[in-house]
Ligand binder design. Sequence first.
Ligand SMILES: [Zn+2]
Ligand SMILES: [Zn+2]
Length: 157
Amino acid sequence: MSPDRPPRGERWEDLLWQKHHYNDRTALKSGSYLRAYCPHCDASLIRGGMIRLESTTLGGQDGWVELSPYLNVFERRSDIRIPEGEELADLRCWHCHRSLRVEGLACGLGDDRVASVLVGVSSVRVPFYFCLARGCGWHRLDPEDVQRIILDDSQEW
Ligand SMILES: [Zn+2]
Ligand SMILES: [Zn+2]
């Protein structure tokens, strides 16, 4: 477990590391920069230092959101006013405009909609799942995938 574990409320480590008993393994540190790519067209989703995504609200309004590419940094910008806790209907790639929503996977904190992008720190890219509700910090990386990213980034390996 990392000694500089974030306080409760930043729940990524609570969900991933405590639940899965992989505490003996190396974890990605909070603040790690994750390159983000579209799973459909492979294009980088980074624009202006943020992960940019096209969005649609439940009311059908189109706009965009930008998310921090740093793990556990929940900075979020949007051109649409979205009430805290309200889910977006959809997020799309700003290159190919295809949906990033994942059917059949729900947020671990009770929301209905989850999206996924590919992330990596070097050449390996793995799915990163996150919740579409505003203010919900739920996201998930498969522990096996985290190990692939870390090994890929390791100089010694
Ligand atoms: Zn795309
Ligand atoms: Zn959620």
